[in-house]
Ligand binder design. Sequence first.
Ligand code: HEM
Length: 216
Amino acid sequence: MSETMSTWVSFVASREPIDVQALGENLRLNHYCIDEVVPVVGESPAELAQGWHVVRVESSAPVQLPENVIGESILFPGMTQHLHYTSASQNQALAQRSRAELAPSGETTAVLIPIRKSAAWWQLAQDERYAHFQTNGQTPGHTAIGIEYVDRVFRRLYHSRYGSPPVPYDFLTYFEFERAYKEDFRHLLTELREVERNPEWQYVEREFEVWMTKMG
Ligand code: HEM
């Protein structure tokens, strides 16, 4: 799927297996099994737990999933957007160093992390928000921390803030890596959450991790 076009996504999480064939046509589907749900800050859905099934439904147009198929599922909707805070040189460096999406396997870990930022973040001016993704004299910031991991960690960012109906997070961040790099990924999370090195994270008021195995 081209990165220059928007992609609509719905992660469909369900206690029971989901009939993926009945979800619709022209959809890009992946399925996962939840290994662990880790609350970080703020509320996380209480019922979401190990053993639940997740289907990621991606499409080049908005999708209305059939009610009778998704039943009691929890939906996480979002869409890709153009870049907001990446300079041309950062973009080039990321493209050169980033690994591709992984094939499904018992050894492929995927992590979905919904994130909401505070009102104070959204009140910042564009240049103030942009500055959080750039290195300055004091702090490396988000992108310089992250780039050290992109040869092992595949990432995709979906935006959920202005969708309808509203959802209680602004972003769905999604990652894949070989299970062997689990500790590297944990280390990346620790680094991004250190506000002395990445002041952006002081604005994160809701965050939980959904660790999964990418089955198909
Ligand atoms: C794998 C290494 C990573 C790299 C290289 C990276 C890089 C970036 C870049 C360049 C952007 C700006 C996109 C734009 O221009 O709009 C961004 C946005 C974002 N990243 Fe990361 N990131 C990484 C890991 C993570 C992780 C692990 C998380 C979550 C725990 C995360 C959460 C976010 C969020 C929420 C945004 C959107 C922020 C906003 O628009 O306010 N990133 N990332």
